[in-house]
Design a protein around this ligand. Structure first.
Ligand SMILES: [Mg+2]
Length: 275
C-alpha cells in the first residue's frame, strides 16, 4: 500500500487491508501506467469518489446526546436498560423504546435542551472540504431525529441524515418510531446503518464513529476513523482503522488516505471482501 507523508504506514493500527483487485484486471502499476506523484497531502485533487458515513452522538456532537437527554429527563431506570444493551442482551431498538418511555419533558423543554448541544468545531469545515471535492457525506444516527435535525440546522449543515423518529404523544410523553429498522439487522438496531452503504458500491467508504451503533457499518468500510469503544472493536476485528480525536484530524487523514490510495486502485477496480 502506498501512503503519503500524512499517513505513515506505522500510523495504521491495522495492516489488514480489505480491498482487492478483480483477478482478471491488472493494476495500473502492473500495466506500466504512470502513477502521478502525489507530493504533499493536497485535498484539492480528488481522483476517486468517497462516501463518508458519519455517526452523530459522540462523533459530530461532542457527547452522546441521547444519554444526556435521558440523564436530564428520564427516570433512573434508563441506566439499567442501557447496561443490558451494552452487554448485548437487547438490541438498540428495544433499548430505546423502553428508555424513551421513561422520558418526561414538554416539547419546549426538549428543544431548550437540544439548543445547548455543541458539536465538534472542525466538523463544518470537514463537510465543506468533502463537498468541494465531490464526496458524499451522510449522517447515520441511532439517536433521535429531532436532535440531529435541530443541531445540523443550527450549524447550517444541509446534509442527508437518517435517525430514529421521535414523536410527541402530548403533554410530556414521547415515543420512538424506527423508519430505518430492518428485520434482518443482526444487531437489532433502531437504525440499521449498514443499509445506507448499499447504493455506494463503487465509492470508497469512510465510516467515522465512536461506539457500538457503528460496529456493523464499520465492517463495510474501506477505512474507519474511530474513537472510544469503536476503536478497540475495529482493532480486535482486524478492520482498517485510524484513531482520531476531532474532525480537523479526520480531514487530514481523509486527504492522505485518498492521495495514497487512488493512485493505486481506481474505484472501478475495487472490490471489497465483504461485498
Ligand atoms: Mg455514537
Amino acid at each position: 500500500m502506498r501512503l503519503n507523508g500524512n499517513v505513515k504506514e506505522t500510523d495504521w493500527l491495522c495492516g489488514h487491508w480489505k480491498l482487492k483487485r478483480r483477478s482478471n484486471q491488472a493494476s495500473p502499476r502492473s500495466r506500466g501506467a504512470v502513477i502521478p506523484s502525489t507530493g504533499s497531502a493536497s485535498v484539492s485533487r480528488p481522483r476517486v469518489k468517497c462516501h463518508v458515513y458519519v455517526d452523530f452522538d459522540g462523533t459530530i456532537a461532542s457527547f452522546d446526546t441521547t444519554d444526556l437527554l435521558l440523564e436530564r429527563f428520564a427516570a433512573p431506570a434508563w441506566r439499567r436498560i442501557e447496561e443490558d444493551w451494552k452487554a448485548g442482551l437487547i438490541g438498540s431498538r428495544e433499548c430505546l423504546v423502553r428508555q424513551i418511555d421513561l422520558v418526561r419533558a414538554t416539547p419546549a423543554e426538549l428543544d431548550d435542551f437540544i439548543g445547548d448541544i455543541d458539536i465538534d468545531p472542525h466538523f463544518p469545515r470537514f463537510v465543506e472540504l468533502c463537498l468541494e471535492q465531490g464526496h458524499d457525506v451522510t449522517v447515520v444516527s441511532d439517536g433521535l431525529d429531532r436532535t440531529v435535525n435541530a443541531v445540523l440546522k443550527r450549524h447550517e449543515l444541509d446534509l442527508a441524515f437518517y435517525a430514529n423518529r421521535l414523536e410527541w404523544r402530548g403533554q410530556d410523553r414521547w415515543r420512538l418510531r424506527f423508519p430505518h429498522a430492518r428485520s434482518d439487522c443482526k444487531a437489532l438496531s433502531g437504525n440499521c446503518k449498514c443499509q445506507f452503504t448499499e447504493g455506494a458500491r463503487l465509492d470508497l467508504r469512510l465510516v467515522v464513529g465512536d461506539g457500538r451503533s457503528d460496529f456493523c457499518i464499520a465492517r463495510r468500510a474501506d477505512l474507519v476513523l474511530a474513537k472510544n469503544a469503536l476503536l478497540p472493536h475495529c482493532v480486535e476485528a482486524g478492520l482498517p482503522v485510524r484513531a482520531f480525536e476531532n474532525f480537523g484530524e479526520a480531514a487530514d487523514v481523509l486527504a492522505g488516505w485518498l492521495d495514497g490510495h487512488d493512485a493505486i486502485t481506481p474505484p472501478s477496480m475495487v472490490q471489497r471482501a465483504d461485498d
